[in-house]
Design a protein around this ligand. Structure first.
Ligand code: AMP
Length: 393
Protein backbone atom coordinates (compact mmCIF):
# COMPACT_ATOMS: atom_id res chain seq x y z
CA UNK A 1 0.00 0.00 0.00
CA UNK A 2 1.20 3.54 -0.79
CA UNK A 3 1.56 6.11 1.97
CA UNK A 4 0.07 9.60 1.89
CA UNK A 5 3.63 11.03 1.74
CA UNK A 6 4.42 9.11 -1.47
CA UNK A 7 1.46 10.49 -3.48
CA UNK A 8 1.71 13.32 -6.06
CA UNK A 9 -0.31 16.07 -4.33
CA UNK A 10 0.90 19.52 -5.43
CA UNK A 11 -1.77 21.21 -7.62
CA UNK A 12 -3.55 17.84 -7.90
CA UNK A 13 -7.29 17.36 -7.49
CA UNK A 14 -7.51 14.99 -4.52
CA UNK A 15 -10.70 13.15 -3.60
CA UNK A 16 -10.70 12.46 0.14
CA UNK A 17 -13.21 9.98 1.58
CA UNK A 18 -13.81 10.84 5.24
CA UNK A 19 -16.16 9.41 7.85
CA UNK A 20 -18.00 12.54 8.97
CA UNK A 21 -21.09 10.59 10.01
CA UNK A 22 -21.62 12.59 13.23
CA UNK A 23 -24.74 12.70 15.43
CA UNK A 24 -26.89 15.78 14.65
CA UNK A 25 -29.88 16.88 16.75
CA UNK A 26 -32.04 19.82 15.58
CA UNK A 27 -29.26 20.92 13.24
CA UNK A 28 -26.60 20.85 16.00
CA UNK A 29 -23.66 18.45 15.99
CA UNK A 30 -23.64 16.72 19.40
CA UNK A 31 -20.25 14.96 19.04
CA UNK A 32 -17.59 16.32 16.67
CA UNK A 33 -14.84 13.78 17.41
CA UNK A 34 -14.94 12.38 13.89
CA UNK A 35 -14.46 15.88 12.46
CA UNK A 36 -11.52 16.60 14.77
CA UNK A 37 -9.97 13.22 13.93
CA UNK A 38 -9.48 14.01 10.21
CA UNK A 39 -7.74 17.36 10.73
CA UNK A 40 -4.17 15.96 10.48
CA UNK A 41 -4.86 14.47 7.02
CA UNK A 42 -6.50 17.67 5.75
CA UNK A 43 -3.67 19.78 7.22
CA UNK A 44 -1.14 17.64 5.40
CA UNK A 45 -3.01 17.89 2.07
CA UNK A 46 -3.37 21.68 2.43
CA UNK A 47 0.30 22.08 3.26
CA UNK A 48 1.26 20.05 0.17
CA UNK A 49 -0.88 22.24 -2.12
CA UNK A 50 -3.63 19.74 -3.00
CA UNK A 51 -7.06 20.84 -4.27
CA UNK A 52 -9.27 18.98 -1.82
CA UNK A 53 -12.66 17.42 -2.64
CA UNK A 54 -14.28 15.80 0.41
CA UNK A 55 -16.74 12.88 0.23
CA UNK A 56 -18.58 11.47 3.27
CA UNK A 57 -21.79 9.67 4.12
CA UNK A 58 -24.22 10.77 6.84
CA UNK A 59 -26.95 8.57 8.33
CA UNK A 60 -29.15 6.46 6.09
CA UNK A 61 -30.96 7.80 3.03
CA UNK A 62 -33.60 5.51 1.59
CA UNK A 63 -36.15 7.97 0.22
CA UNK A 64 -36.26 11.56 -1.09
CA UNK A 65 -37.73 12.58 2.30
CA UNK A 66 -34.65 11.27 4.15
CA UNK A 67 -32.42 13.72 2.26
CA UNK A 68 -33.34 16.95 4.08
CA UNK A 69 -32.48 15.62 7.56
CA UNK A 70 -29.22 14.06 6.35
CA UNK A 71 -27.55 16.99 4.59
CA UNK A 72 -23.84 17.42 5.27
CA UNK A 73 -24.20 21.22 5.31
CA UNK A 74 -23.90 21.61 9.13
CA UNK A 75 -20.83 19.34 8.99
CA UNK A 76 -19.21 21.59 6.35
CA UNK A 77 -19.80 24.58 8.63
CA UNK A 78 -18.23 22.85 11.64
CA UNK A 79 -15.32 21.63 9.53
CA UNK A 80 -14.59 25.18 8.36
CA UNK A 81 -14.39 26.25 12.04
CA UNK A 82 -12.08 23.34 12.90
CA UNK A 83 -9.85 24.02 9.86
CA UNK A 84 -10.03 27.78 10.30
CA UNK A 85 -10.68 28.28 6.58
CA UNK A 86 -13.73 28.24 4.29
CA UNK A 87 -15.22 24.95 3.08
CA UNK A 88 -17.20 25.32 -0.16
CA UNK A 89 -20.30 23.16 0.25
CA UNK A 90 -21.93 21.77 -2.91
CA UNK A 91 -25.49 20.55 -2.23
CA UNK A 92 -25.22 17.94 -5.02
CA UNK A 93 -23.48 14.59 -5.42
CA UNK A 94 -22.86 15.08 -9.15
CA UNK A 95 -23.44 17.52 -12.02
CA UNK A 96 -22.27 20.74 -13.59
CA UNK A 97 -22.34 22.88 -10.41
CA UNK A 98 -20.02 20.40 -8.70
CA UNK A 99 -17.70 20.05 -11.70
CA UNK A 100 -17.36 23.83 -12.15
CA UNK A 101 -16.65 24.33 -8.44
CA UNK A 102 -13.93 21.66 -8.59
CA UNK A 103 -12.37 23.35 -11.64
CA UNK A 104 -12.32 26.64 -9.74
CA UNK A 105 -10.45 25.17 -6.71
CA UNK A 106 -7.03 26.61 -5.87
CA UNK A 107 -4.27 24.61 -4.11
CA UNK A 108 -5.00 24.31 -0.39
CA UNK A 109 -8.75 24.97 -0.77
CA UNK A 110 -11.48 22.67 0.58
CA UNK A 111 -14.73 21.63 -1.10
CA UNK A 112 -17.32 19.28 0.36
CA UNK A 113 -19.75 17.25 -1.77
CA UNK A 114 -23.26 16.52 -0.41
CA UNK A 115 -23.87 13.21 1.47
CA UNK A 116 -22.77 10.27 -0.72
CA UNK A 117 -25.85 8.33 0.45
CA UNK A 118 -28.15 10.75 -1.40
CA UNK A 119 -27.25 8.33 -4.21
CA UNK A 120 -29.11 5.58 -2.32
CA UNK A 121 -32.50 7.33 -2.53
CA UNK A 122 -32.86 6.29 -6.16
CA UNK A 123 -31.70 2.64 -6.00
CA UNK A 124 -28.73 1.82 -3.76
CA UNK A 125 -26.02 3.33 -5.97
CA UNK A 126 -23.60 4.32 -3.18
CA UNK A 127 -24.07 1.34 -0.84
CA UNK A 128 -24.48 -1.05 -3.79
CA UNK A 129 -21.05 0.03 -5.15
CA UNK A 130 -22.54 1.09 -8.50
CA UNK A 131 -19.79 1.11 -11.14
CA UNK A 132 -21.13 4.05 -13.12
CA UNK A 133 -21.28 6.20 -9.96
CA UNK A 134 -17.77 5.16 -8.87
CA UNK A 135 -16.46 5.97 -12.38
CA UNK A 136 -18.09 9.40 -12.25
CA UNK A 137 -16.60 10.27 -8.83
CA UNK A 138 -13.18 8.89 -9.84
CA UNK A 139 -13.28 11.10 -12.98
CA UNK A 140 -13.43 14.22 -10.81
CA UNK A 141 -9.89 13.88 -9.44
CA UNK A 142 -6.29 12.75 -10.01
CA UNK A 143 -5.65 11.16 -6.62
CA UNK A 144 -7.73 9.26 -4.01
CA UNK A 145 -7.13 9.35 -0.27
CA UNK A 146 -9.33 7.19 1.96
CA UNK A 147 -9.36 8.27 5.60
CA UNK A 148 -12.77 6.84 6.54
CA UNK A 149 -11.75 4.09 9.00
CA UNK A 150 -15.38 3.64 10.12
CA UNK A 151 -16.46 2.39 6.67
CA UNK A 152 -13.47 0.18 5.77
CA UNK A 153 -15.60 -2.93 6.37
CA UNK A 154 -18.10 -1.83 3.69
CA UNK A 155 -17.73 -2.08 -0.10
CA UNK A 156 -19.41 1.12 -1.23
CA UNK A 157 -18.92 3.24 -4.38
CA UNK A 158 -17.25 6.10 -2.47
CA UNK A 159 -14.53 3.91 -0.95
CA UNK A 160 -14.02 0.54 -2.68
CA UNK A 161 -15.53 1.66 -6.03
CA UNK A 162 -13.34 4.75 -6.44
CA UNK A 163 -10.21 3.05 -5.07
CA UNK A 164 -10.55 0.16 -7.54
CA UNK A 165 -10.53 2.63 -10.45
CA UNK A 166 -7.67 4.94 -9.44
CA UNK A 167 -3.90 4.48 -9.65
CA UNK A 168 -2.73 7.16 -7.23
CA UNK A 169 -4.30 6.17 -3.90
CA UNK A 170 -3.39 5.79 -0.24
CA UNK A 171 -4.91 5.68 3.24
CA UNK A 172 -5.00 8.93 5.20
CA UNK A 173 -3.29 9.53 8.53
CA UNK A 174 -6.29 8.48 10.67
CA UNK A 175 -6.57 5.07 8.99
CA UNK A 176 -2.79 4.71 9.23
CA UNK A 177 -2.93 5.41 12.98
CA UNK A 178 -5.81 2.95 13.55
CA UNK A 179 -3.98 0.26 11.52
CA UNK A 180 -0.74 0.81 13.41
CA UNK A 181 -2.50 0.48 16.79
CA UNK A 182 -4.53 -2.64 15.93
CA UNK A 183 -1.74 -4.40 13.99
CA UNK A 184 0.78 -3.87 16.77
CA UNK A 185 -1.72 -4.98 19.45
CA UNK A 186 -2.73 -8.15 17.62
CA UNK A 187 0.57 -9.16 16.02
CA UNK A 188 2.94 -8.12 18.76
CA UNK A 189 0.83 -7.94 21.94
CA UNK A 190 2.23 -6.70 25.21
CA UNK A 191 1.53 -9.43 27.77
CA UNK A 192 -0.44 -10.15 29.81
CA UNK A 193 -3.00 -9.18 27.14
CA UNK A 194 -6.59 -8.99 28.42
CA UNK A 195 -9.62 -8.54 26.15
CA UNK A 196 -13.01 -7.39 27.49
CA UNK A 197 -15.96 -8.19 25.28
CA UNK A 198 -19.43 -6.92 26.13
CA UNK A 199 -22.47 -5.81 24.19
CA UNK A 200 -25.75 -7.37 23.30
CA UNK A 201 -25.30 -10.45 21.15
CA UNK A 202 -23.01 -13.49 21.06
CA UNK A 203 -23.81 -13.86 17.36
CA UNK A 204 -22.20 -10.47 16.58
CA UNK A 205 -19.02 -11.33 18.46
CA UNK A 206 -18.35 -15.05 17.79
CA UNK A 207 -15.54 -14.28 15.35
CA UNK A 208 -13.99 -11.78 17.75
CA UNK A 209 -14.16 -14.15 20.74
CA UNK A 210 -12.56 -16.96 18.71
CA UNK A 211 -9.78 -14.79 17.30
CA UNK A 212 -8.98 -13.13 20.63
CA UNK A 213 -8.98 -16.49 22.47
CA UNK A 214 -6.13 -17.47 20.14
CA UNK A 215 -4.13 -14.28 20.88
CA UNK A 216 -5.04 -12.92 24.34
CA UNK A 217 -4.10 -14.32 27.75
CA UNK A 218 -7.57 -13.67 29.23
CA UNK A 219 -10.92 -12.85 27.60
CA UNK A 220 -13.56 -11.33 29.88
CA UNK A 221 -17.07 -11.88 28.48
CA UNK A 222 -19.74 -9.62 30.00
CA UNK A 223 -22.84 -7.61 29.04
CA UNK A 224 -25.95 -8.98 27.36
CA UNK A 225 -24.11 -11.85 25.70
CA UNK A 226 -22.85 -13.37 28.97
CA UNK A 227 -26.30 -14.81 29.86
CA UNK A 228 -26.14 -17.20 26.92
CA UNK A 229 -22.91 -18.58 28.45
CA UNK A 230 -24.54 -18.81 31.92
CA UNK A 231 -27.55 -20.68 30.51
CA UNK A 232 -25.26 -23.01 28.56
CA UNK A 233 -23.75 -24.02 31.94
CA UNK A 234 -27.22 -24.89 33.20
CA UNK A 235 -27.91 -21.84 35.38
CA UNK A 236 -31.26 -20.03 35.65
CA UNK A 237 -31.03 -16.66 33.85
CA UNK A 238 -34.68 -15.56 34.27
CA UNK A 239 -35.77 -13.14 31.56
CA UNK A 240 -32.22 -11.94 30.71
CA UNK A 241 -31.15 -11.48 27.09
CA UNK A 242 -30.35 -14.88 25.55
CA UNK A 243 -29.73 -16.48 22.17
CA UNK A 244 -31.01 -20.02 22.56
CA UNK A 245 -29.63 -21.06 19.18
CA UNK A 246 -26.11 -20.17 20.39
CA UNK A 247 -26.05 -22.34 23.55
CA UNK A 248 -24.03 -25.14 21.89
CA UNK A 249 -21.64 -22.60 20.45
CA UNK A 250 -21.17 -21.03 23.90
CA UNK A 251 -20.41 -24.49 25.33
CA UNK A 252 -17.83 -25.24 22.65
CA UNK A 253 -16.19 -21.79 23.07
CA UNK A 254 -15.85 -22.47 26.82
CA UNK A 255 -14.28 -25.87 26.08
CA UNK A 256 -11.85 -24.38 23.55
CA UNK A 257 -10.92 -21.53 25.88
CA UNK A 258 -8.67 -23.61 28.14
CA UNK A 259 -9.52 -21.43 31.14
CA UNK A 260 -8.93 -18.12 29.37
CA UNK A 261 -12.60 -17.05 29.52
CA UNK A 262 -13.68 -15.04 32.57
CA UNK A 263 -17.26 -14.17 33.56
CA UNK A 264 -19.05 -11.98 36.08
CA UNK A 265 -19.75 -13.54 39.49
CA UNK A 266 -22.68 -11.28 40.44
CA UNK A 267 -25.28 -9.20 38.61
CA UNK A 268 -27.71 -6.31 39.03
CA UNK A 269 -31.14 -7.85 38.54
CA UNK A 270 -34.55 -6.24 37.93
CA UNK A 271 -38.03 -7.39 36.99
CA UNK A 272 -38.43 -4.78 34.21
CA UNK A 273 -36.23 -3.17 31.55
CA UNK A 274 -36.60 0.16 33.29
CA UNK A 275 -34.12 2.52 34.95
CA UNK A 276 -36.49 3.01 37.91
CA UNK A 277 -37.22 -0.66 38.53
CA UNK A 278 -36.18 -2.12 41.92
CA UNK A 279 -32.69 -3.62 41.85
CA UNK A 280 -31.45 -6.80 43.52
CA UNK A 281 -27.78 -7.76 43.47
CA UNK A 282 -27.32 -11.51 43.28
CA UNK A 283 -24.66 -14.10 42.48
CA UNK A 284 -24.55 -15.83 39.08
CA UNK A 285 -26.33 -18.92 40.46
CA UNK A 286 -29.15 -17.05 42.19
CA UNK A 287 -31.41 -15.57 39.44
CA UNK A 288 -35.19 -15.87 39.99
CA UNK A 289 -37.27 -16.86 36.92
CA UNK A 290 -38.81 -13.35 36.66
CA UNK A 291 -35.52 -11.41 36.95
CA UNK A 292 -33.19 -10.07 34.26
CA UNK A 293 -29.55 -9.02 34.52
CA UNK A 294 -28.84 -5.50 33.30
CA UNK A 295 -25.37 -4.84 34.72
CA UNK A 296 -22.51 -6.59 36.48
CA UNK A 297 -22.44 -6.41 40.29
CA UNK A 298 -19.74 -5.03 42.65
CA UNK A 299 -17.99 -8.39 43.23
CA UNK A 300 -17.61 -8.82 39.46
CA UNK A 301 -16.16 -5.35 39.10
CA UNK A 302 -13.57 -6.16 41.79
CA UNK A 303 -12.78 -9.47 40.05
CA UNK A 304 -12.33 -7.76 36.66
CA UNK A 305 -10.25 -4.93 38.20
CA UNK A 306 -7.88 -7.49 39.71
CA UNK A 307 -7.41 -9.15 36.30
CA UNK A 308 -6.93 -5.79 34.56
CA UNK A 309 -4.39 -4.62 37.14
CA UNK A 310 -1.98 -7.31 35.94
CA UNK A 311 -2.43 -6.45 32.25
CA UNK A 312 0.09 -4.72 30.03
CA UNK A 313 -2.37 -4.50 27.15
CA UNK A 314 -6.18 -4.30 27.14
CA UNK A 315 -8.62 -4.22 24.24
CA UNK A 316 -12.23 -3.46 25.18
CA UNK A 317 -15.25 -3.77 22.91
CA UNK A 318 -18.86 -3.54 24.12
CA UNK A 319 -20.44 -2.20 27.34
CA UNK A 320 -20.82 -4.59 30.30
CA UNK A 321 -24.35 -3.38 31.10
CA UNK A 322 -27.18 -1.27 29.76
CA UNK A 323 -25.08 1.90 30.20
CA UNK A 324 -27.75 4.05 28.51
CA UNK A 325 -29.73 3.78 31.81
CA UNK A 326 -27.90 5.47 34.72
CA UNK A 327 -28.71 2.75 37.27
CA UNK A 328 -27.05 0.12 35.02
CA UNK A 329 -24.05 2.19 33.92
CA UNK A 330 -21.88 1.55 37.02
CA UNK A 331 -20.19 -1.57 35.62
CA UNK A 332 -19.21 0.13 32.36
CA UNK A 333 -18.06 3.22 34.27
CA UNK A 334 -16.03 1.01 36.63
CA UNK A 335 -14.29 -0.63 33.64
CA UNK A 336 -13.48 2.86 32.26
CA UNK A 337 -12.00 3.88 35.63
CA UNK A 338 -10.00 0.67 35.92
CA UNK A 339 -8.53 1.09 32.43
CA UNK A 340 -7.82 4.79 32.94
CA UNK A 341 -5.79 3.96 36.07
CA UNK A 342 -3.47 1.52 34.24
CA UNK A 343 -0.45 3.80 33.82
CA UNK A 344 1.88 1.46 31.97
CA UNK A 345 -0.56 -0.60 29.91
CA UNK A 346 -1.67 -0.03 26.33
CA UNK A 347 -5.44 0.52 26.48
CA UNK A 348 -7.48 0.31 23.27
CA UNK A 349 -11.21 0.95 23.07
CA UNK A 350 -13.04 -0.42 20.02
CA UNK A 351 -15.43 2.02 18.35
CA UNK A 352 -19.22 1.97 18.64
CA UNK A 353 -20.96 1.74 22.02
CA UNK A 354 -17.89 1.30 24.24
CA UNK A 355 -16.24 4.36 22.66
CA UNK A 356 -19.49 6.34 23.04
CA UNK A 357 -19.80 5.22 26.69
CA UNK A 358 -16.17 6.08 27.49
CA UNK A 359 -16.45 9.55 25.91
CA UNK A 360 -19.86 10.23 27.49
CA UNK A 361 -18.49 9.24 30.93
CA UNK A 362 -15.60 11.71 30.63
CA UNK A 363 -12.75 9.33 29.73
CA UNK A 364 -12.01 10.72 26.24
CA UNK A 365 -8.32 11.35 26.94
CA UNK A 366 -7.68 8.50 29.38
CA UNK A 367 -6.71 5.68 26.99
CA UNK A 368 -3.97 4.91 24.50
CA UNK A 369 -6.50 4.80 21.66
CA UNK A 370 -10.26 5.10 21.14
CA UNK A 371 -11.13 3.76 17.69
CA UNK A 372 -13.34 5.84 15.38
CA UNK A 373 -14.92 2.74 13.81
CA UNK A 374 -17.35 0.31 15.48
CA UNK A 375 -17.98 -2.32 12.79
CA UNK A 376 -14.54 -1.79 11.25
CA UNK A 377 -12.68 -2.29 14.55
CA UNK A 378 -14.76 -5.42 15.29
CA UNK A 379 -13.87 -6.94 11.91
CA UNK A 380 -10.23 -6.07 12.54
CA UNK A 381 -10.39 -7.89 15.89
CA UNK A 382 -11.90 -10.86 14.05
CA UNK A 383 -8.79 -10.96 11.89
CA UNK A 384 -10.76 -10.25 8.70
CA UNK A 385 -9.42 -8.42 5.64
CA UNK A 386 -11.41 -5.22 5.25
CA UNK A 387 -12.62 -4.52 1.68
CA UNK A 388 -11.92 -0.77 1.89
CA UNK A 389 -8.30 -1.52 2.74
CA UNK A 390 -7.83 -4.23 0.13
CA UNK A 391 -9.03 -1.81 -2.57
CA UNK A 392 -6.21 0.61 -1.62
CA UNK A 393 -3.52 -1.99 -2.29
P1 AMP B 1 -23.26 -4.06 20.94
O1 AMP B 1 -23.75 -3.13 19.88
O2 AMP B 1 -23.37 -5.51 20.61
O3 AMP B 1 -21.87 -3.69 21.45
O4 AMP B 1 -24.26 -3.92 22.16
C1 AMP B 1 -24.38 -2.73 22.88
C2 AMP B 1 -25.67 -2.77 23.62
O5 AMP B 1 -25.66 -3.86 24.52
C3 AMP B 1 -25.91 -1.52 24.45
O6 AMP B 1 -27.01 -0.84 23.91
C4 AMP B 1 -26.21 -2.09 25.84
O7 AMP B 1 -27.33 -1.47 26.44
C5 AMP B 1 -26.55 -3.54 25.56
N1 AMP B 1 -26.36 -4.37 26.74
C6 AMP B 1 -25.28 -4.49 27.52
N2 AMP B 1 -25.54 -5.30 28.56
C7 AMP B 1 -26.82 -5.70 28.46
C8 AMP B 1 -27.68 -6.53 29.26
N3 AMP B 1 -27.25 -7.10 30.38
N4 AMP B 1 -28.95 -6.73 28.83
C9 AMP B 1 -29.39 -6.12 27.71
N5 AMP B 1 -28.62 -5.35 26.90
C10 AMP B 1 -27.36 -5.13 27.29
Amino acid sequence: MNSLESLPLKNQKVLVRLDLNVPIQDGNITDDNRILAVKPTLDSLIQKGAKIIILSHLGRVKTEEDKAKNSLKPVALRLSEVMNQPVTFIPETRGEVLEKAIDALNPGELLMVENTRYEDADGKKESGNDLELAKYWASLADVFVNDAFGTLHRAHASNVGIASLMTHKAPGLLIQKELDVFNEALKNPKRPFVAILGGAKVSDKIGVIKNLLSIADKVIVAGGMSYTFLKAQGYEIGTSLVEDDKLDLATSLMEEAEGKLEFAVDYKLTKAFDNNADIRIADYDDFKPDEMGLDIGPKSLEKFKAILKEANQVIWNGPVGVFEMSNFAKGTEGICEALASLDHATTIIGGGDSAAAAIQMGFKDSFTHISTGGGASLEFLEGKTLPGLKALE
